[in-house]
Design a protein around this ligand. Structure first.
Ligand code: UDP
Length: 333
């Protein structure tokens, strides 16, 4: 049997796009997911889905042995910033402690390649944009800290045990698989493009535009939105880099350019020909005015060439995916 890459959280939004990208590239994978927020239907048929917890060392070891795992991509984790402020210890357990367990299993079984989902939240309030990878890391919430602590463990485990890693720091991930095979399925999601699509389809109340008096050209916040399928491609390239024997890397994932909240809404309206129901609202605490990636390094080091890097394509795919979902009562998660 072939060696497989173990993907934790492969039933979730980003993990499922990566499983499809791996499968498209002919790379065998296996996934562990507890289906707390993920969906079985998001996992490609060719990929074994083991329902369980990545906090369980015995389960991890069993799966690693049975599927001859030679590399890990670690997506499973919690991502809601305000929730991390209210329940920090749950975030440190889910994100930091479980990552430690996973690394420990890798070291014990001699698996020396890991691709890790980190976040621009490790930078905290950026002094200037674009933010390159050498910018200071000063997270301002437990979510960002839980990811930064895992980054530190990876660096130390690399030096001590030869565990090589590619740390990918995501900026604002959005959109859906252009072929419609998967997308962001959690109805209670809070991200701008998802919420705007739901509002446009009348599946939630009008969008609140959080703050219109920021020091930006149109007064709304600017973010670097990256198409989830381009992000998935970056993961495949990161895996190939490690399998070639490449060294550990820390890479921003973004396009290096920003769009404001108003620009996003205008693009969605242009793509759909409909008005997005929206109202002006107070600033949301903790939102920095601008977050834009310094995005040269990932192109240089991985040869990454994005294929879906327009706001139109991002919102068009997000809306198409949203339309394909059953409109129903909001479920938790
Ligand atoms: N935003 C908004 N209304 C919403 C959700 C988000 O105005 O319902 C704004 C938010 O204030 C920020 C931008 O959209 O300026 C992106 O927010 P999101 O939560 O998507 O990502 P974040 O940058 O916080 O990770």
């Amino acid at each position: 049997s072939p060696s497989r890459v173990l993907v934790t959280g492969g039933a979730g939004y980003i993990g499922s796009h990566v499983l499809h990208a791996l499968t498209d590239a002919g790379i065998p994978a296996v996934t562990i997911d507890n289906l707390s927020t993920g969906r079985r239907a998001a996992v490609p048929a060719a990929v074994p889905l083991i329902e369980g917890d990545v906090g369980s060392a015995s389960l991890l070891e069993q799966v690693m042995r049975e599927h001859r795992v030679d590399a890990v991509m670690h997506f499973a984790g919690s991502i809601v910033v305000p929730e991390s402020v209210e329940r920090p210890l749950a975030y440190y357990r889910n994100n930091t402690v479980n990552s430690l367990t996973l690394m420990d299993c890798c070291v014990r079984l001699g698996i020396d390649r890991m691709v890790f989902s980190s976040t621009a939240a490790v930078y905290g309030d950026a002094e200037r944009v674009p933010i390159d990878e050498d910018s200071p890391t000063r997270p301002i919430n437990p979510y960002g800290t839980s990811k930064l602590m895992t980054e530190q463990m990876l660096r130390d485990a690399g030096a001590a045990h030869g565990l090589r890693s590619v740390i990918l720091r995501y900026f604002n991930v959005a959109g859906a698989d252009p072929a419609g095979r998967t997308g962001q399925a959690t109805p209670a999601a809070t991200h701008l493009i998802k919420v705007a699509c739901q509002a446009l389809l009348g599946r939630r109340p009008p969008l609140a535009i959080f703050g219109t008096d920021y020091p930006t050209p149109d007064g709304t916040c600017i973010r670097d939105y990256i198409h989830v399928s381009d992000l998935a491609d970056a993961h495949v390239l990161a895996l190939l880099h490690l399998r070639r024997g490449g060294e550990s890397l820390v890479l921003n994932c973004g396009y290096g350019r920003g769009a404001s909240v108003r620009e996003v809404l205008r693009t969605l309206e242009a793509v759909s020909g409909e008005q997005v129901p929206a109202r002006l609202a107070e600033r949301r605490p903790g939102d920095p005015p601008q977050l834009v990636a310094g995005a040269d390094r990932i192109r240089q080091r991985l040869g990454w060439v994005p294929r879906h890097d327009t706001l139109e394509e991002i919102v068009r795919s997000a809306l198409a995916w949203e339309r394909s979902l059953e409109p129903g009562p909001q479920r938790a998660g």
